[in-house]
Structures are given as structure tokens and as C-alpha cells.
Design a protein around this ligand. Structure first.
Ligand SMILES: *[C@@H]1O[C@H](CO)[C@@H](O)[C@H](O)[C@H]1NC(C)=O
Ligand SMILES: *[C@@H]1O[C@H](CO)[C@@H](O)[C@H](O)[C@H]1NC(C)=O
Length: 196
């Protein structure tokens, strides 16, 4: 098994083809990270990154020069009202098209925007439920925390994709937080063979 540089989480694997008969059987290699990982040429090279999804919202980031490195911009701030959902489809499609190497999705802390984009990718591209996508990303990166507005946009996306919601938002003393719906069994990422 590989040791991951801190600040990165990866998913690569073969997903059950019975769920998604028309999908590619091998998932793209995908990393989720913070700003430091995106600006670190050793990380980009060792992970064979050929596509960066830049959700930092910061101007003039000096990415290391690398042959053929492509950047997709997602100009959204980490605020509940920010419309991240409009990027779920284009980001997923661009990641699917990236055959030259792996993809790094980053924001600043690698907690909210980038995590939400990766969860949307896992739902749309890998057929996971929102709950499964959250469990998978959380397992690799325990401190992710998409803001409440992004959670609502992810729930809308899940409903669009599958006609149901596996997560609901509940009001707690600590704010509005997502909760897995008790009436729906996870089936969990255990259904998927994931390698790090
Ligand atoms: C990253 O995205 C922001 C828009 O949110 C843009 O201003 C900035 O130039 C981008 N950085 C790079 C290096 O592409
Ligand atoms: C990067 O990925 C491409 C496409 O999968 C592959 O051909 C190439 O050998 C990889 N390079 C490294 C250094 O792993």
C-alpha cells in the first residue's frame, strides 16, 4: 500500500459493474487536497497529476510548471449561498475525460468545496449514494466538512440523479448538520473495491 502525503486522499478502484453497466470499469485516480498540495510540484509529479480542479477562489496561484498540466477553474467561495452545484456536472465530465494521468481537486483547506465536488463526482460517475460518497471521502479524509449550503446542493443533486435522498439536514445546537437517514441502509463503500 502507498503512503499518502498528508493532505491528500485518493480513490482508485474497480466498482461493481452490475450497478453501472455502461460506466467505465476502472475509475479515474482522484486526489482531494488543500492548497499546499496543489502548489507542491513533488506531490503533483509523484501522483502523476495531469488535471487540477482549482476551487480555491484565490487569484494568481503559481502552480508548478509541468508539461501538459491542465487546470479547470471553479470560481466559488466557501459560503453556504455560493452556487457550487452548477459545477457538479462539468467537473465530473472533465475528470472523466482526463485520461493523461490523475486529477487533484483542491480548494484552500481541502474540507468543504473540494470535498463536495468529489462527493458529487462519486455520485454521478460511480453511482454512489450521497451517504456512500460521504462515508468514502470521510474514511480517507476524516476532517472534511462541506458547508450546509453545499450539503443542500448535494442533496438536490442526489435527488436529480436517483430520485431519493440518503441524507437529511437537521438543526442541532452546533448548527444545521447532515444526518444519514435511518430508514435507508447504507450498503456502504464496502460494495466497492477501493485501493489507496
Ligand atoms: C484559480 O481560480 C481562480 C478563480 O477562482 C482564478 O482567479 C485563479 O487564476 C486560478 N488559478 C490558477 C493558477 O489557475
Ligand atoms: C501517468 O499516467 C499515464 C496515463 O495513465 C501513464 O501513461 C504514465 O506512465 C503515468 N506516469 C507516471 C510517472 O506514472
Amino acid at each position: 500500500s502507498t503512503t499518502m502525503p498528508s493532505g491528500l486522499a485518493a480513490s482508485q478502484g474497480r466498482w461493481p459493474s452490475m450497478n453501472r453497466p455502461h460506466s467505465r470499469t476502472r475509475t479515474a485516480r482522484l486526489y482531494l487536497g488543500d492548497l499546499d498540495s496543489a502548489l507542491n510540484s513533488a506531490v503533483l509529479t509523484s501522483r502523476n497529476v495531469s488535471l487540477i480542479v482549482n476551487a480555491s477562489g484565490l487569484p494568481d496561484l503559481p502552480y508548478p510548471a509541468a508539461d501538459g498540466l491542465q487546470v479547470l477553474h471553479v470560481p466559488v467561495q466557501d459560503q453556504p449561498h455560493a452556487q457550487l452545484g452548477q459545477y457538479f456536472d462539468p467537473v465530473t465530465e472533465r475528470i472523466q475525460q482526463n485520461q493523461a494521468g490523475s486529477t487533484l481537486v483542491h480548494c484552500t483547506a481541502g474540507r468543504s468545496r473540494s470535498a463536495a465536488l468529489v462527493m458529487a463526482y462519486l455520485m454521478r460517475s460511480e453511482g454512489l449514494s450521497l451517504r456512500q460518497a460521504h462515508e468514502l471521502v470521510l474514511e480517507r479524509r476524516p476532517f472534511i466538512r462541506p458547508n450546509a449550503g453545499f450539503w443542500r446542493q448535494l442533496m438536490e443533486y442526489e435527488r436529480e440523479l436517483s430520485g431519493r435522498n440518503t441524507v437529511r439536514m437537521v438543526r442541532t445546537a452546533a448548527g444545521v448538520l447532515p444526518e444519514y437517514r435511518a430508514d435507508l441502509r447504507s450498503g456502504g463503500p464496502a460494495c466497492c473495491h477501493v485501493m489507496v
